[in-house]
Design a protein around this ligand. Structure first.
Ligand code: AMP
Length: 112
């Protein structure tokens, strides 16, 4: 989608530090890390937010969680947090579906 920063990152029009890529998803390190390890997993398909997900996306979302587990194993993490901010009030600033993966420190609950 034109003017979507994450579409441009997935298309390599904007540089990023890659973690993983396949035909459905791209994972790259967050520019403003909130944990010692903080990367984002995005769908290559432009989906504005989790609010737009339907049953048609079930395989995609399942694949994203499988990819996250695979990356975590490769990086040596058995403890990590996955966050999807959905909507401005929840902290979403980029309106392209993405999953934050945070690891390498103890996490507080509830999140702020
Ligand atoms: P959210 O605020 O939940 O929508 O998450 C968007 C995330 O994208 C934030 O954690 C930003 O630090 C991150 N971000 C924005 N632009 C870039 C970029 N060019 N490369 C890597 N991460 C980015």
């Amino acid at each position: 989608m034109e003017d979507c920063i994450f579409c441009k990152i997935a298309a390599k029009e904007i540089p990023s530090r890659p973690v993983y890529e396949d035909e459905l998803v791209y994972a790259f390190y967050d520019l403003d890390p909130q944990a010692p390890t903080h990367f984002l997993v995005i769908s290559k398909q432009h989906i504005a937010s989790a609010l737009d997900l339907t049953d048609e996306h079930a395989a995609l979302v399942g694949h994203i969680y499988a990819v996250i587990a695979q990356i975590a194993r490769q990086l040596g993490f058995d403890s990590y947090r996955v966050v999807t901010n959905c909507g401005e009030s929840a902290g979403q600033s980029v309106f392209h579906l993405h999953f934050h993966v945070l690891a390498g420190r103890d996490m507080a609950w509830p999140p702020g």
